[in-house]
Design a binder for this molecule. Structure first.
Ligand code: ADP
Length: 452
């Protein structure tokens, strides 16, 4: 624990100096010199050796100055933190000024160290882990919570943090901090069932501050929610299949009473909606769980675009829009074809659904060497900008009634977001109410495959 430097009480020891200008101190020396000259002069006149006595008087004065110089040098070299020797004249003034500057500096230093000590004590008291690393990524300092949460040991001082927290996700995050502004969640290396959220901040040239806190409870709750949705969707699937089978059989019967026919048709459309909902929920939970996704297939984009365009034309029969296809990129995509096809088709069906009859929908594939863009532009109802930040949330709808009428589940864009996230891609939406929207899926360079 830090002991502050004792700060000497200057005023007590050097009261007589107080604040005076240099001339005041020089006068003491001049008085002494004059005194010695007068004594020497008298003795010289009495003995007849005037100049010799004056010389002796000067030699005495000079020796006294040398003695003072010796004492000053001895103090500065050997005992700088002790009170300075008590000297008169300009040497005394010099000592006083040096001592005062030194004392001032020590007060500032003591304050600084006190402040650092307080900051350090508060970091030590934190339940969040704090680790400081230098430009070479070596651990410089950490608090006790870092030992409990991340298993940092005293012998880890000076070791590269990437050799201690060895998870690939952490390695990726450490080298690309800006890609994950909220940090990342990793499994604790101390207790396997625990999870910690890690957030890194760059400072100085390449030093980093790591903050980590326990998110096991939130993780478990999140997992419970996912499992619940997953299980309930699975459980609903079988009864729904049975119900829709029977309803379809009855609806198709020729001799069905017209009153019942309408009821059966409504039942059929509702079970279809429920089926779509259950399927979307299952897909979403699979995407969230990051399971069974092959993300390294080479997807031939011209083929996929043509297939999407054909599907769009089939879906468009009831809407009568003009559909355009624009492909001006030669690059293919690396990823999962089924997942991407489902995300792209969600964007296309939305554009068709949310555009009043007779609109224009343009489906495009472009690239600029750095990024590739899958885009769907419509001349539809558009979206008020205040809805845009929440658009990819589950069940978020701008207009619930309209969405239900069009058979939407409210999960389409959530699925799109997850599929894109798994391909390191993101969604960009531009829209103006009553003018139309453009949805763009933007893929980074590492996801592009250029055909020679
Ligand atoms: P839904 O199944 O309801 O279509 P989505 O997640 O696909 O759910 O879309 C969320 C909401 O975003 C929709 O309810 C709709 O209000 C709005 N939206 C999506 N695409 C468009 C579009 N092309 N034009 C206007 N609104 C759209």
């Amino acid at each position: 624990m830090y002991e502050p430097y004792p700060v000497p009480d200057l005023a007590h020891e050097h009261k007589k100096f107080r604040y005076s200008n240099l001339w005041t101190f020089a006068k003491q020396d001049l008085r002494l010199l004059a005194f010695l000259f007068i004594i020497g002069g008298f003795i010289g006149l009495g003995t007849g050796y005037f100049w010799i006595c004056i010389l002796v008087a000067f030699a005495v004065f000079f020796s006294l100055q040398l003695r003072s110089l010796y004492l000053v040098n001895e103090w500065i070299s050997n005992r700088p933190y002790d009170a300075p020797p008590n000297l008169d004249g300009i040497w005394g003034a010099l000592l006083f000024n040096v001592y005062r500057a030194q004392r001032q500096e020590r007060i500032v230093q003591a304050e600084m160290v006190g402040l650092i000590d307080r900051a350090q004590s508060s970091l030590i008291a934190l339940t969040e882990a704090v680790i400081l690393t230098d430009e070479l990524h070596q651990i410089e300092w950490w608090n006790p919570a870092a030992e409990a949460l991340l298993g940092i040991q005293p012998q880890d001082r000076g070791r590269n943090i990437l050799t201690i927290i060895r998870q690939p996700d952490f390695f990726e995050y450490f080298n690309h901090i800006d890609d994950s502004p909220d940090g990342i969640k990793i499994q604790s290396s101390v207790f396997e069932e625990n999870y910690v959220q890690i957030k890194l901040t760059r400072f100085g040239s390449e030093s980093r501050l790591l903050l980590a806190y326990d998110v096991t409870r939130i993780h478990n709750l999140e997992q419970m929610r996912k499992d619940f949705v997953d299980n309930i969707s699975h459980e609903l699937r079988t009864p729904l299949t049975v119900l829709s089978g029977y309803i379809e059989t009855f609806t198709d019967q020729e001799d069905l009473n017209p009153r019942w026919k309408r009821a059966f048709e409504q039942m059929q459309s509702q079970t279809r909606r429920m089926n779509a909902l259950v399927n979307d929920l299952l897909l979403l939970s699979r995407l969230e769980g990051n399971r069974q996704i092959a993300k390294n297939q080479i997807i031939e984009m011209p083929d996929l675009m043509n297939q999407l365009f054909d599907d769009a034309q089939a879906y468009n029969v009831d809407y009568g829009h003009t559909l355009n296809l624009e492909i001006d990129s030669h690059c293919d995509l690396i990823g999962s074809d089924t997942e991407l096809a489902s995300a792209f088709s969600n964007l296309i069906t939305n554009a068709i659904k949310y555009t009043p009859r007779g609109g224009t929908i343009t489906i495009g594939w472009h690239d600029d060497g750095e990024h590739a863009y899958f885009s769907v532009e419509d001349t539809g109802i558009g979206i008020d900008p205040r809805h845009l930040p929440r658009l990819t949330e589950r069940f978020y709808r701008v207009d619930s009634d309209r969405s239900r009428q069009t058979g939407g589940t409210g999960l389409g864009l959530a699925i799109v977001k997850h599929v894109l996230m798994q391909h390191n891609a993101w969604l960009d939406v531009e829209s103006r109410e009553n003018c139309g929207s453009t949805f763009k899926a933007i893929f980074p360079r590492e996801r592009l495959y250029y055909v020679d």
